[in-house]
Write a protein that binds this ligand. Sequence first.
Ligand code: URP
Ligand code: ZN
Ligand code: ZN
Length: 486
Amino acid sequence: MDTIIRGGTVVTAGDRYVADIGIEDGVITQIGRDLLADAEPLGGGVTVERAGSRVTPAGDGAPQVIDASGCYVIPGAIDAHVHLDMPFGGTMTSDDYASGTVAAACGGVTTVVDYCLQSIGHPPTEAVEQWHRKAEGKAVIDYGFHLAITDLAADVLNELPQLVDHGLTSFKCFMAYKGVFQIDDATMFQLLEQARELGALVNVHAENGDVVDLLINRYVAQGMLTPWYHRASRTPEAEGEATARAIALAEMAHAPLNIVHMTCIESIRPLQAARERGLPVYGETCPQYLLLDETQYHETDWDGFGGAKYVMSPPLRDKRNHDVLWKALAQGDLQTLMTDHCSFRMSDQKTLGRDNFAKIPNGAPGIETRLALAYSEGVAKGRFSLERMVALLSTNAARMYGMYPRKGTLAVGSDADVVLLDPNKRVTLSAATLNQQTDYCPYEGMEVTGYPVLTLSRGDVIAVDGAFTGTAGRGKFLRRGAHMSV
Ligand code: URP
Ligand code: ZN
Ligand code: ZN
């Protein structure tokens, strides 16, 4: 063993127990009591004199020892819904693979799966090559790509098996963003059929893009241009209708389906009904839909334009949906809590839509704050158990996206992607101290209780107390396997 994590409470999606974890060459090799007593020779180095440090470096053949006392030791979180270095809304996301994965590591995330976007009329392989160039030498944690299909011509269909072999075992389609990413039902149906054949999973952005587009144009024509009209043009009914349609298409294609960023009762109802019928349909939500609400579009900071901070799709909803979503996460209707991290600066990017909500780049930051929010607002407030949190943040995504058990759990043979969560650490969230490259935080000033204090990726300590301690570009591309049910 080269590293021992000592004296913490190990938590997985199914268990909680006090144990040490032994690591060798980036992989978990032992889980048991008093591993240090068995390590030869005994002893070790000197505790690093650094505020908050829990790391005793290796010395004289003794392993590095990480003191996990008072902490939960959990599998590194997986964020399977991020947008890094992505062109959108006339600009590029403010986080690229370097800054985005550093922020992720500091927030207890050890794997990201990003959306690689096919350009209309271009082969997907071109997009995949481009995405590799964005990530290589920059990512500090392991990463995979979902392939977002915008154009499914016959030759594109033929390319998909080779991309699945390359490890892109999940696709994405958009039922909204008309004229940009939106595909029609026949295209989605064919993609679902093909995914079923290949053991892949289709993710869908479910909003009725035709109606949304009509309402956007109507509000703009009427001179109703403030950020509120982003919310007004994207109704909960448009999300509910598209969700039900997506489920019907998946049922016709006999394919599994994952509905991303679900926000409201109108879409949760058809999801629940489909799952009660035993269909392999899954749902994801994000912290913003649990903690923020539509009144925020009226915020007047940033010179009256503060509502633009929350312009994302689907939009924030009436706060009565919060309870619906928390319960759906706890009871198993929703399987994952991801972020849809898609960051833009207020100062010079959101302002593209200063005079017209339709031109505000859609998206908000969140890659760094999810674990703390899920623990503080979810576990500490009794909304779901710690084990369920691990399932929602890590294990279920590992299974659904073909990474389990290498990722998503703490077991002998798994990658040593491990996070120490101090349940008593209080942190006030602020853009000024977070690592996400944005000039605002949607949760600015909110105090959380419970925070990731140390992150290991394949056995390397890459973040301590909110600061990155790893090396640039150390992340590796993950060639993912077949979809597994949850
Ligand atoms: O507003 C959002 N969600 N931006 C990212 C793209 C998407 O729809 O996931
Ligand atoms: Zn989306
Ligand atoms: Zn997204």
